[in-house]
Design a protein around this ligand. Structure first.
Ligand code: HEM
Length: 422
């Protein structure tokens, strides 16, 4: 599981719809059928908690008790508070923040000089971080923010190489954790200063922090800090990965790319996109959805059973780690025609209706489904449209591309591509 997680989960699925393996001395169940995923995430979701899952062990020391890590009534209250700020109509108001950032990136890329390769995965992570910080806090992370970007990078690196079962002591400043510790202290201070300023001076225009403060839920500064850092950390790396994989797949599939270019030319006729164009940027959206099928940024979802249960006819004792892998479900030939093929038309309007519930779950499922899914799709679609309006990205010849399943599914060697005029 540790050496080759994707091969491992795929090979386990060949044994059946419910499998069990031993990991670090505990029995782990994998559920490899959409209805079983639905059962655990939704129908009997109240019997399955995120508490003490590997994700929880890793994220809690950094994010405290935010929406991603909390559970029970506390989670329900947080979700009620956050959800209104993430409605489609709300997140669409960030369209210009997104298109400005994407245009800035494109300028840098095209200014690099003809034929110069760029590290697409890094640059997109920087882009999505800029966007989420601006949307969350209403502020640019330039200037002092440079430190912000570096701190988030250090945390991402730490999380990326976290080994399940490792206890993290956030106060541990030993060499192994030094970078992480400093970054955490830095992020904590910056967010607290911004929150304090907002509490005293009011201010803030349309941003997620303002929406949370205006929600009428009393929150301590620590709770608010947890929530702000949670949204920032949960809200950029995944979107950057889905954009990276989309650009890669479009380069490998010229026909799918041509459909995207044609749509962009027709809908935008040379201008920048806005949220109003989203319903007509369907080919862009499909290209992203299909990329998230083949390379789901969250490739494993885990829960722990609270009480004894029976899943698919098998006894599952209380306290068992139960996992669902979008990677496995998204590539199961029982549910997908030619599962390895990149075919965005699978997601043509109306077709999604042909999918079973929880057969496609890049954003998870049930009440804990990703609160930022509209944000992610709005952002990814607009960024794609801005970039592909003028450029195409070509993989550096012979560059090795291989998925690596850390916390998110990322290209193991990064993604080196050359921006070319379209
Ligand atoms: C393509 C991009 C994204 C993907 C693939 C993704 C995926 C997911 C998944 C699979 C979950 C559920 C995890 C579980 O059930 O254990 C989740 C939860 C969450 N996501 Fe996302 N996400 C993305 C973007 C975002 C964005 C943009 C934000 C915020 C702006 C965000 C914030 C969150 C939060 C706060 C949760 C926890 C929700 C809860 O438990 O109530 N995500 N995400």
């Amino acid at each position: 599981m540790r050496e080759a997680p994707l091969d491992f989960v795929t090979s386990m699925a060949a044994y059946g719809d419910v499998t069990r393996h031993d990991a670090d001395g505990e029995q782990v169940y994998m559920l490899n059928r959409p209805d079983l995923a639905r059962y655990v995430l939704k129908e009997n979701g109240s019997n399955y908690t995120k508490d003490r899952t590997p994700d929880d062990d890793m994220l809690r020391p950094l994010l405290g008790n935010g929406l991603l890590t909390s559970s029970g009534d506390e989670w329900a209250a947080q979700r009620r508070m956050c959800a209104p700020a993430f409605r489609p109509s709300e997140v669409e108001r960030f369209d210009q923040v997104i298109t400005d950032a994407a245009a800035g990136l494109l300028n840098r890329w095209t200014g690099c000089g003809e034929g110069q390769a760029v590290r697409v995965d890094h640059d997109l992570t920087a882009l999505t971080l800029t966007v989420i910080v601006k949307a969350m806090l209403g502020t640019d992370i330039g200037g002092a923010g440079d430190g912000f970007g570096r701190a988030v990078d250090a945390v991402n690196r730490f999380i990326g190489h976290y080994v399940p079962g490792d206890a993290i002591d956030p106060a541990d400043t030993a060499v192994r954790y030094a970078g992480f510790h400093q970054a955490r202290v830095f992020l904590d201070r910056v967010t607290r200063v911004i929150i304090a300023a907002r509490r005293t001076g009011g201010g803030g225009g349309h941003d997620l922090l303002t929406s949370m403060l205006a929600s009428g839920h009393a929150m301590s500064d620590t709770d608010l800090r947890d929530q702000v850092l949670t949204i920032i950390m949960a809200g950029h790396e995944t979107t950057a990965k889905s954009l990276t994989w989309t650009l890669y797949l479009l380069d490998r599939h010229p026909e799918a790319a041509r459909a995207v270019y044609a749509e962009i030319d027709e809908v935008l006729a040379g201008r920048m996109p806005t949220a109003a164009d989203l319903p007509r940027l369907e080919a862009c959206r499909r290209a992203i959805q299909e990329a998230m099928r083949l390379y789901p940024p969250v490739w494993l979802i885990s829960r722990r059973s609270v009480e004894d249960d029976v899943i698919g006819g098998y006894d599952v004792p209380a306290g068992t780690l139960v996992c669902v892998s979008p990677w496995v479900l998204h590539r199961d030939p029982r549910y997908w025609d030619e599962p390895e093929a990149y075919r965005p038309e699978r997601f043509a309007s109306g077709r999604a209706a042909g999918h079973l519930s929880h057969q496609y779950l890049p954003f998870g499922g049930g009440p804990r489904i990703c609160v930022g899914q509209h944000f992610a799709l709005v952002e990814a679609t607009l960024v794609l449209a801005v970039i592909l309006r003028e450029a195409r990205l070509e993989l550096v010849e012979g560059f090795p591309v291989e998925p690596e399943a850390l916390v998110t599914l990322r290209p193991r060697h990064g993604m080196m591509m050359i921006p070319r005029p379209r």
